[in-house]
Design a protein. Sequence first.
Length: 442
Amino acid sequence: MEQKLLVEKLVAGGVSLARNDDGKVIFLTGGYPGELIRARRLNTKRDFELWEPVEILKESPFRRRKLCGSFPSCGGCDWQDLEYQEQLKWKKIIVEEQFRRIAKIEVVIPDVVPSREKHYRNKMEYVAFHSSGELNLGLKRKASDRPVQLDGCVLGNVPFEDLRKRFQRLLNEHSVKPYNTKTKTGNLKHVILRKSSRDEIMAILITKKSEFLELRPIEKRIKSEIPQVNSLIHVHNSRDDVNLRGPYRVLYGEPVLTEEIDGILYQIPPTSFFQVNTWIARKILHYVSGVLSERKHSNLLDLFSGVGLFSLYLAESFESVLAVENSAVSVKAFESNARINQLENVRVLKENVASFLKKAHGKYDVVFIDPPRSGVGKPITMITRLKPSILVYISCNPTTLARDISYLMRSGFRIEDIRAFDMFPQTHHLETIVILKHPLSL
Ligand SMILES: C[S@@+](CC[C@H](N)C(=O)[O-])C[C@H]1O[C@@H](n2cnc3c(N)ncnc32)[C@H](O)[C@@H]1O
C-alpha cells in the first residue's frame, strides 16, 4: 500500500512524523520536515504505523548530497543527507519534546554542542555476513537485523574503512565462514576496530565458538601485512544478543587501548565501554567540571562508572570518590587506571547499581549517573536518600532520560541546567546532561 505524505517533523527514535488524511500519526523511516513523500507501508501496529519513503515529490531545501554509498539502507546513519546545522536544530527540538511529552515539563535547552561531522567514532563494530559467496564486513540495515555492505563509511576514524577492507580480503583468503544467526552455521560474528587519540589501533575478532581454526595463520598475516594494528584480540561470545561480551585472549600487542584526556590516562580493555566520540567526551568533562567548580564538594558517587572516565577526571576536586560498575573487566581496569594516575581517593565496587542503591546510606555531595540506553526507571528515586547537593544525569537516550527525570522531580529534585552534546553526528542519537538539585539537600 502506498500513499502521499507531508512530513511534519523529526521525532525521537530516528523517524519522521506525518499524518494521513484522517489525522492518524504515521512514522516514516526517512523524509525531512516540509517534504512531500510517496511512501509504502512497512507494518501496522495498533497505535502507530511505520512507512518507508519510495519517492520524494517535494524536497527540503536542507537536503544535501549523501556522504557514503550505503545510505539510506545502512542503519549506521539516519540523517547524513541533512545539513549538519539542521541535524543539530532537530536534536534540540527532540530533547525538548521528550521532556514535554514524557516528563510533562517545558524546558528550553541551549544549542546542541556540535562535533566533528565525519570520522568521529573511535570504535566500529562490523558484522560478518555472507554476500555473493564471500565474507563481508558491514553494518546492520535500518529497522532490520539484516546486514548491508559498506561503501565509504564516514563514521569511523579515518583509517577504519581501509582497514575494514583489508581484514575482509584477508579473512576471505583464509575461507573464514561468517556466523549466520538464523541457520546457526559459520563462526566469525564481528570484527571490531578501536582507536585511541594516540593513534593506537586494536582489532578484535569475535567468534561464536571458542575455537577459531584459521586463527594462527590469520594472526601472522595481520601482524606482518597490516602493521597499523597494534594489538589483536580474540573474543569468544556465544550469545547472539550482544556483540562485545565474553572471555578474550590477546593474540599480540597490549591487552588495553590507552586513551589520554587532559593528562588523565585511561586503559580500556577490549570488551569495556568507552565514549565513542573522544572529542565530545572531552567537551562533556569540561562542562561538568565547570558546573562542579562553583562550589567545594567532599565526596562523589559515580554510578555506572565504566573504566572511570568521570571518577578519575574529577577525583582531584573531591576528598573521596566511590564508583559502582557491574562489569568485572571494567572494574579491574578502573582500579588499575586509578593506580596509573596515582589517585588514592577513588574506590570502585563491582555491583549492580539498583542493588547498591537499595542498601546505600550516608550523604554524597555529588552523584553522577550515566546508565545504558534503557535508563534506570523507578529505582532512581532511591538516590534521594543519599541527599546529593548536585545530581548529574548523563544519558544517550532522551526518552528514558525524560522518564527518569520525571521520577526524580516527583521526589523533589529540580532541574538546574540541561545541555546536549552531539556525540553521534549523522544519526538521530545524542548525549544529554541534566544537572539537578534538591531543595532539602542544599
Ligand atoms: C553508558 S556506560 C557509561 C560508562 C562511564 N560512565 C563512561 O562514561 O565511560 C554504562 C556503564 O554501566 C555499566 N552497567 C550497565 N548496567 C549496569 C548495572 N545494572 N549496574 C552497574 N553497572 C552497569 C556498563 O558496563 C557500562 O560500563
